[in-house]
Design a protein around this ligand. Structure first.
Ligand SMILES: [Zn+2]
Length: 69
């Protein structure tokens, strides 16, 4: 990821991260965001657009994501 960031620049890394989230989470809506405790970027919580249940959280700043089971 660090190599990609250097090679492609910040914006394309965010696009790649969104693609990963599409694969991991599928359809999603932003529920809320908060400051990431690791990198200070926005950590975003997602919900399923149909069930409205929380499905996971992710931070594109540090590349962290977690799926709630
Ligand atoms: Zn972060």
């Amino acid at each position: 990821m660090l190599f990609l960031r250097k090679l492609l620049g910040r914006d394309l890394v965010e696009v790649a991260f969104e693609f990963i989230l599409d694969v991991v989470f599928g359809p999603r809506e932003v529920f809320h965001d908060m400051e990431c405790s690791v990198c200070g970027h926005y950590e975003i919580y997602y919900i399923n657009p149909i069930t409205k249940k929380q499905i996971g959280r992710a931070c594109s700043g540090c590349g962290f994501f977690q799926k709630f089971e």
